[in-house]
Design a protein around this ligand. Structure first.
Ligand SMILES: [Ca+2]
Length: 326
């Protein structure tokens, strides 16, 4: 019930000027409808999610997890890690959750991949907590999806290796996902201001996995470079986050300095934001095919993904900052 009270309080407050208590693992109850007294009748449902992430290389995964933790509409059931040193990534995710009060969200590592730069992982060297599970990422995903069949959104913000392994090894379970929300691909834009679509990193890191995901029949919400490469976090936004001085933003500050580059681009947080504010982007249902080099091509035929094609960065940052640094 505490979660109901939390959300009710948040809605009644009408603004996120008070940071809600960190999201922990909510009681096992179905999403609950909430009517708001004194307003036009409004119904809000909690969205149960699992987050699959390559936190530790680029900085945007940490910013995405922060948005999850500061969004009472989302019920975080578990975090799995993918690509490179997945155990180090799991320690990093677990410490970020732990430090911000989400000690009950389980974290499991996927199969390790080829080594990659993970400078941020130093922050969590030697960290351990009971939420870090010995089971594999796919086993954790399977258990949680089976507990809530048809309800869970899997948010994938790294290469799609774990998601494809789930689809390949546990197809019946994977088909019980409500949908997959992913950051990946490029339709008519590349990185930066480029109008030439690129082989986007998450897709190009494991094109076979991406092919399996896009041909799975599971509904997909896709945030490609078109709606994410423009989300450069400028000095004013950084200052606001890094001077907010909550445990969460202090953790982000340390990770930012370990990352050691000037301007984060918040690719991954858009995949999270769209679950809460779908109208942050113009979207279109498209038939997406992944080629062998990791390009996402628009084909004819039945659409398999709702694709975010355009956004207003100012609106996105207003939303993001109202959550993480209100
Ligand atoms: Ca990522």
């Amino acid at each position: 019930m505490w979660r109901w009270a939390l959300l009710m309080g948040t809605v009644l407050a009408g603004a996120m000027d008070v940071a809600p208590p960190p999201a922990g693992r909510a009681p096992k109850s179905p999403p609950q409808a909430i009517g708001v007294a004194g307003e036009e009748k409004k119904t809000t449902f909690l969205t149960p999610i699992l987050l699959d992430t390559d936190i530790g290389t680029d900085i945007d995964d940490a910013f995405a997890l922060a948005l999850v933790m500061r969004s009472p509409e989302l019920e975080l059931l578990g975090v799995t890690t993918v690509s490179g040193d997945t155990a180090a990534r799991a320690r990093l995710a677990a410490k970020l959750l732990w430090e911000s009060g989400s000690q009950f969200v389980p974290v499991a590592a996927g199969k390790p991949g080829k080594p990659l730069p993970q400078e941020q992982a130093r922050w969590a060297d030697g960290f351990s907590s009971p939420q870090m599970r010995q089971e594999s990422a796919v086993d954790l995903l399977k258990a949680e999806i089976e507990r809530r069949p048809g309800k869970i959104t899997l948010v994938a913000i790294g290469p799609l290796t774990n998601v494809a392994e789930l689809i390949d090894r546990e197809p019946a379970t994977a088909s019980k996902l409500r949908r997959i929300a992913l950051m990946g691909g490029a339709i008519a834009h590349g990185y930066g201001q480029s109008l030439a679509p690129a082989a986007e990193y998450n897709i190009a890191s494991d094109p076979k996995a991406a092919q399996a995901v896009f041909s799975s029949g599971i509904p997909i919400l896709m945030a490609p470079l078109d709606a994410t490469a423009v989300l450069e976090m400028g000095p004013a936004a950084r200052h606001r986050v890094f001077t907010h001085l909550t445990t969460l933003t202090e953790s982000l500050t340390i990770l930012y300095h370990l990352w050691n580059k000037p301007a984060p681009i918040l690719f991954d947080p858009m995949a999270v934001a769209l679950l809460i504010e779908p109208d942050l982007c113009e979207t279109k249902d498209l038939a997406i095919r992944v080629d062998a080099k990791g390009f996402t091509r628009v084909g004819r035929g039945k659409p398999n993904a709702t694709v975010a094609l355009k956004t207003n960065p100012r609106r996105f940052f207003d939303f993001y900052l109202s959550r993480v640094a209100p």
